[in-house]
Design a protein around this ligand. Sequence first.
Ligand code: PLP
Length: 411
Amino acid sequence: MNARFARRMKAMQPSSIREMLKVTEQPDVISFAGGLPAPELFPVAEVRAAAGRVLAEIGPQAMQYGATEGILPLREKIAAEMNRRGVACTAEDILITTGSQQSLDLLGKVFLDPGDTILTENPTYLAAIQAFQCFEARFVPVPTDDDGLIPDAADKLAGRYKPKFLYTIPNFQNPTGRTLSRTRRAALYDVARRRGFVIVEDDPYGKLRYRGEAIPPIKAWDKEGLVVALSTFSKVIAPGIRTGWAVASKDVRDRMVVAKQAADLHTSSLDQIVIDRYLMDNDNDAHVECVRKAYGERCRTMEEALEEYMPAGFSWTHPDGGMFLWVTGPEGLDTHKLLPAALEDCVAFVPGRDFFPDASGGHCMRLNFSNSRPAEILEGIKRLAGLCKGASNNIQRRYMHDCFNTQSRTR
Ligand SMILES: Cc1ncc(COP(=O)(O)O)c(C=O)c1O
């Protein structure tokens, strides 16, 4: 075909995770690759009952077009939830989106011209890289450590590159599982205020905390309307329902509404009304508590298995919640090259490099623990550790060989 595609398609790569999911769907593969919640914990019976009630009681109304902002009763419930998290807002401030992923696309449309700079964590969420690449953004990664991104570094980079916004996942970050500390949230907000950029705060995982005290969202500090807070029902009910939300100041929200009208008119009326009914008829906090307990156990199992089986030279994060743990191997390890052998051994992970806008991190990998049961986690980590040991020995042999050759050349 002789079609002339848009220039932006050159920068857009298919998600390696979506591609890999095709392989990992095979039943004998233990997959730590996808970012999937545990399907056995979805509240299927409760959603079925809610959907049945909605269709029986207000059928045609639930199947009609609706307002772009989303249905009012659900926006009221979301506003109440955001207030509980420490964000002062009303239903007026909420835009319901088709998953929080849609907000990333809408924010790209609202803020980004080709070549505009954005700051991100390094590493960051793969599908955010994809979403912002569509708008030909220039990524400037901000260094991170165990407490999340470093505000002083963001300050210097913002002074130099004048970003339109900074994108961050403050709780149990995807991919590292790290959490931005309270002090850093306040400091980062201060940097944004001084430097005059927007913060996009993406928080799909905040409710899935297994250890420690909840930390208020950065939006809780926001007196100037600089923060766009995103969240979703994907991890606390089910991702297939594709319903999330954004809390933003009026000038940003109005523009997101216009962009959303062009994208999909509104998020599925039926999905919104079913969620609203589900929330009225059920105690979703009790449901989230079950999910938290199960994921917390899976996270501990993975940490213990790594402790027992991984060879020297590997380290990993200890997330306080969420769905991911991040493993760092010795310099010289290439996890992209390790992956085919892992798949042969029927275990999967995501190579780290894909999460770095600057393509560093080739010696890292992301492991998901929410979608495997404890016995599978144990077995999968044993297999992975065996492969890591082999790779690590090869690196050492290469190193010795290089040292030997250098010595004989200098003699
Ligand atoms: C950081 C982050 N943001 C956004 C999303 C997308 O979530 P949703 O299902 O609400 O579109 C995900 C999903 O994994 C995520 O990890």
